[in-house]
Design a protein around this ligand. Structure first.
Ligand code: 13P
Ligand code: SF4
Length: 318
């Protein structure tokens, strides 16, 4: 149990307790693929960032409980200003969102007049409010392509996703220099060693990885696209280069395939685990529903400005 989690009756059946609270609150529980297995299993919907945004936009539930990180729950709140949105641990942040402070981003944008601004959903409401359209790793190519080829574009805050899109589309993008601290840590040397040890394996990687990693991938895509690839490939061994939480759904959907998680560069840490995603636990999920806190709050004027580029993304990726 996390050290700041209040003690709970050890006899409490958390699964049954969460189920009861879900009914009592008329709540929907949304979980990202990077959440620990118990949280994925108790959720009403498990998905990638785009699918979960769609679920949040469409839900009839009165309360949205987000087993994910802050920017995801904040996006759900922006889409649902009149609903209560709960996040099991308010400290569950993201290095991409934290690495793009709004005041510095405003200064950066002022240096690029005439540019339209595409921001990856992994950013704060303030950064979203300064953007023309939001994207996720599922639709980034499509969103960039929706602008005329002579339209200058800023892409923020993930320089690796941005440079992947730029390479794929042969298009120049002005990149904000942010990164995901998890995907940046994969080791090219270890990935090449894994491929040598498993010559029949295919490699599936997330586009938040640097180019040095992606050049070894047979498939590059969002978490949902990696899952689809794992289901559809004829290969029996898959080297997975993204956060290890995805392995839970992969193992469920592809029980006959050997899933080989790519390791991070540092032998001494679980570098392929997102420390923010892993702040959420079943205990904290139960407590946030029981106590109806921590709750996401977004100032109404900021929410209104951040909503327009999110809605544009949802319209463009119908
Ligand atoms: P997707 O959910 O778009 O695959 O992104 C992964 C991620 O890092 C979420 O924080
Ligand atoms: Fe942010 Fe990376 Fe964690 Fe996703 S995996 S929440 S991008 S730090």
């Amino acid at each position: 149990m996390h050290e700041d989690t209040p003690a709970l009756d050890p006899g409490l059946d958390l699964f049954a307790g969460i189920d009861r609270l879900r009914r009592d609150l008329n709540a929907v529980i949304l979980a990202h693929y990077y959440q620990e297995p118990d949280l994925q299993d108790i959720a009403d919907h498990v998905g990638d960032s785009l699918a979960l945004s769609r679920r949040a936009a469409e839900t009839d539930a009165e309360v949205i409980v987000f087993a994910g990180v802050h920017f995801m729950a904040e996006t759900a709140k922006i889409l649902n200003p009149d609903k209560q949105v709960l996040l099991p641990d308010l400290e569950a942040g993201c290095s991409l969102a934290d690495g793009c402070p709004p005041d510095e981003f405003a200064t950066f944008l002022a240096k690029h007049p005439g540019h339209k601004v595409i921001s990856y959903i992994n950013c704060s409401a303030e950064t979203k409010a300064m953007s023309d359209v939001i994207c996720t790793s599922s639709n980034a190519l499509h969103i960039v392509e929706s602008f005329p080829s002579d339209q200058p574009l800023v892409f923020a805050p993930d320089r690796y996703l941005g440079s992947y899109v730029a390479r794929r589309l042969g298009r120049e993008l002005v990149l904000w220099p942010g990164s995901c601290e998890v995907h940046e840590m994969f080791s090219e040397r270890k990935l090449v060693e894994l491929k040598t040890d498993h010559p029949a394996a295919v490699v599936a990687a997330h586009p938040e990885c640097p180019e040095a990693i992606l050049q070894h991938a047979d498939h590059v895509g969002s978490t949902a696209a990696i899952l689809r690839f794992a289901r559809e490939t004829d290969a029996e061994q898959i080297i997975v280069v993204t956060e290890s939480g995805i392995l839970h759904q992969m193992a469920k959907e592809c029980p006959d395939k050997q899933l080989i998680p790519a390791p991070g560069a540092d032998e001494t840490c679980n570098c392929n685990e997102c420390p923010y995603m892993k702040m959420n636990t079943l205990e904290k999920l139960y407590l946030c529903m029981r106590d109806r806190t921590p709750e996401i709050v977004v100032a109404p004027d900021l929410a209104a400005r951040a909503l327009a580029p999110i809605e544009r993304m949802l319209e463009l990726s119908r």
